[in-house]
Design a protein around this ligand. Sequence first.
Ligand code: AMP
Length: 422
Amino acid sequence: MTFNELNLIAPLLQALEAEGYKNPTPIQEQAIPIVLAQKDLLGCAQTGTGKTAAFALPILQLLQTAHAERAPKQIKVLILTPTRELAIQIGESFAAYGKNLRIRHTVIFGGVPQGSQVQALNRGVDILIATPGRLMDLIGQGYIKLQDIGIFVLDEADRMLDMGFIHDVKKVVAKLPLKRQTLFFSATMPPEIQKLANTILSKPEQVAVTPPATTAELVEQSVYFVDKKDKRQLLHFVLKDPAITMALVFTRTKHGADKVVKDLHKVDITAEAIHGNKSQNARQRALSNFKDGKIRVLVATDIAARGIDVDLLSHVINYEIPEVPETYVHRIGRTGRAGASGTAMSFCDQEEMQDWRNILKITGQKIPVIEGHPYPLASSGQVQINLPKNKEVVRRPNAVSGAHQQSTRRFTNSGSGNRGRS
Ligand code: AMP
């Protein structure tokens, strides 16, 4: 199917062409006609499936075609999303897809001064993308009125619940006009989310898509067994590969993230950290420096990395193995987005061996072990004994200069329910 067959208007088709999108993703194929028909939608889809365009494109089209009726300066579409990062990314998507239209949007989120957000609101916007806390704040201060909302999108509803925003969401919904179109997206549908969907949707059409074949099938995974004290050296060694132009490195702690950055600076590798102790501005700056190629390595903790969506991110490096196995799946899902291939390497020390076994169990995958690297576990005899059963060994004495690409292989996922991504 083509975007043309979805009856999108020319300015949108041109923008999609400029973005390099050739064909709609499954969620886009299913959702766009429903939204264009002005029906409510219950979408079971995760980030990475193309769901943002699935709602952004038809919303832009509906606003554009209803242009004559549009009251200026009033918010007509509200998109509620749990994190600042997601809010910013949704804003960027509206900017990209709507670049040939004169529809105004703005993004509001907490953690930064409200001044410029209030100014943008005062200038008048058609589409407001918001996180719940800041939205409630600005409603409370009288800067935002929701009485003209014709379309309401609730994005990542299950994450709203996880992050404790569900009360705010309910308060926002209570302020919306009853006559509206509602689009509800959630990666999972636990009973509480299903209940919320039932209360805010009216005769919804349902669409569900399986996550893209990224996490399991397109990401080349490998593990290096290494002593904790040698991880720093191993990272430098691995980064000698010029094929790694962009790497997202995960640590368990904020302190650990800062330390990795410091170590990388010592060997002249450009790097910045993003974590909860950094100001919102510093985090955004680091993320855009990374996206723009100004820094090669972004070091992140799991919370800070939520919702990061970097097109063409080629490498994820687990400097430390996560304790929660699902986190591994989320981390490696940062690469290999929208069908691109990606590589995920994990550095596992003796103490993390049990965590690694748990990851193998949940992913149901055989992840190749890189042998022959310069920093093997000192107690290599022990490694053999302690290695998880389904290990697969790849001999890779020369890990530098493209060897990563050649010797890792693709694995298909036999497991189920393990492809969640944040
Ligand atoms: P999302 O699930 O909305 O976060 O989208 C995931 C990624 O896929 C984003 O980087 C989008 O830019 C990209 N994307 C969305 N739709 C398409 C498409 N039809 N073709 C290619 N890339 C897409």
